[in-house]
Design a protein around this ligand. Structure first.
Ligand SMILES: Nc1nc2c(ncn2[C@@H]2O[C@H](COP(=O)(O)OP(=O)(O)OP(=O)(O)O)[C@@H](O)[C@H]2O)c(=O)[nH]1
Ligand SMILES: [Mg+2]
Length: 394
């Protein structure tokens, strides 16, 4: 099943070819510089719960794939010869493919039967790919079962079993789009997550998706903690042609969000995307602030937010699970965006997150360009992970 974006909004055309990418180097640099170290005293509640698990330093690993020079939106610049969307996904998942699927292939190569040694090696590969211990055990149990029941003797067939199981984990957390989208009025998405995971960038990319699909969008700069955070969202607003509601740096985020939702309702926009801080002043509890923001937007529009989207950085591996549990407890997470899958060999975390949390993954980030945020499609994801390279080249 497809997520709400692809089901309801995506124009068919926009799924075939990537939109023009407006990421300007100067902005990318600014964003990188803008990432700060999480102060020890800050986000006290987060630290209490997931101490030593939050990434204290954001490492922006550059994808290895050479990218065509991005074009700006609204310019006549020729579109680069983009590889197919699927091929690109496959390329960007390259690190995970190398440490997971390619290792599986080497493991099975020349093996005629499934023995204990093979299962032990398999376990190690599954855990290295960050599928998580429990998920890995479940996959192994499924494999052992099949072997016991004599359904499996060929190691290559075992790969098929793993693939099916992983797909079922990804599909388990999926849900119909209708459960999320409002019957009328703006669709309000509150975006949360610890610092540096890619909230603001993802909001910009999601805004671009809606704009491409012909929807009217408003973005709200609910991260008032740093002036640079407001500027960053405004830059995205300029790029994708979307208005940004912002207050003065240091102003009360809840009141900015209230005003933003009010403006969205008054203007009758289709979508309101609310950015929030990943950290706050030392004296302020982030989770309490987020709860307040959520409450306050509900005062303006009773059903809002329709989606509390947690952004998780795939490079943080298993910490993503703890973060999700913590945010879920505080503000009730209804959808996930997994960013930076291009920068990690641990892409198995997506399956682990789906299995552990049962919260649907809406989008995956596979790079820094505007079209590098992909609607999450479990079947496409599994296919991109498991298929042979030459399949993509056909
Ligand atoms: N390679 C890669 N980089 C990404 C992806 N998503 C976001 N980034 C980069 O991650 C960095 C942090 O992104 P932001 O959007 O500023 O993160 P944030 O969560 O808003 O951070 P705070 O506002 O500080 O809490 C930026 O350099 C982004 O370009 C992705 O999918 N892949
Ligand atoms: Mg931000």
């Amino acid at each position: 099943m497809l997520g709400w974006f692809k089901k309801k909004f995506a124009k068919k055309d926009s799924l075939e070819e990537p939109a023009q990418a407006p990421v300007e180097e100067v902005v990318a640099q600014e964003v990188v510089q803008d990432v700060e170290i999480l102060p020890d005293e800050a986000v006290a509640a987060v630290e209490e719960q997931i101490e030593e698990q939050i990434p204290v330093e954001v490492q922006v690993e550059q994808p290895e794939t050479a990218e065509p020079k991005p074009a700006k939106i609204g310019t006549e610049q020729e579109k680069p010869q983009a590889p197919s969307m699927f091929r690109r996904l496959q390329e960007r998942l390259g690190k995970t493919r190398n440490t997971f699927v390619h290792r599986l292939d080497s493991l099975f190569l020349g093996k005629k039967e499934i023995d204990q040694e093979l299962l032990d090696d398999l376990e190690e590969i599954l855990i290295t790919a960050d599928l998580g211990v429990a998920t890995a055990q479940e996959l192994l149990a499924a494999a052992r079962d099949s072997v016991k029941r004599n359904e499996l003797s060929d190691p290559q067939a075992l790969k098929g079993v793993l693939r099916e199981r992983i797909l079922s984990f990804l599909q388990e957390s999926d849900q119909p789009a209708e459960l999320v989208l409002p019957e009328s009025g703006p669709f309000v998405v509150m975006v949360v997550g610890v610092n540096g995971v890619g909230k603001t960038t993802s909001i910009g990319k999601i805004a671009a998706k809606f704009v491409n699909a012909g929807q009217s969008v408003l973005m709200v700069a609910g991260d008032t903690f740093r002036a640079a955070a407001i500027d960053q969202l405004k830059i995205w607003g300029d790029r994708v042609g979307v208005e940004v509601v912002a207050g003065a740096p240091g102003s009360d985020p809840s009141s900015v969000v209230f005003d933003g939702v009010a403006q969205g309702v008054a203007q009758g926009v289709d979508v309101v995307l609310v950015d929030t801080a990943g950290r706050l002043h030392t004296s302020v509890n982030l989770m309490e602030e987020l709860k307040k923001i959520k409450r306050v937007m509900g005062k303006k529009l009773e059903t809002a937010p329709h989606e509390v989207m947690l952004v998780l950085d795939a490079t943080t591996g298993q910490n993503a699970i703890s973060q999700a549990k913590f945010f879920n407890e505080a503000v009730g997470v209804t959808g996930l965006t997994m960013t930076k899958l291009d920068g990690t060999a641990k892409g198995g975390i997506v399956a682990n997150v789906c299995r552990e949390l049962k919260i649907p993954v809406r989008f995956i980030g596979i790079g820094e360009q505007v079209d590098d945020l992909r609607d999450f499609d479990p079947e496409e994801f599994v296919e991109a992970l498991f298929s042979r390279d030459e399949t993509a080249e056909q």
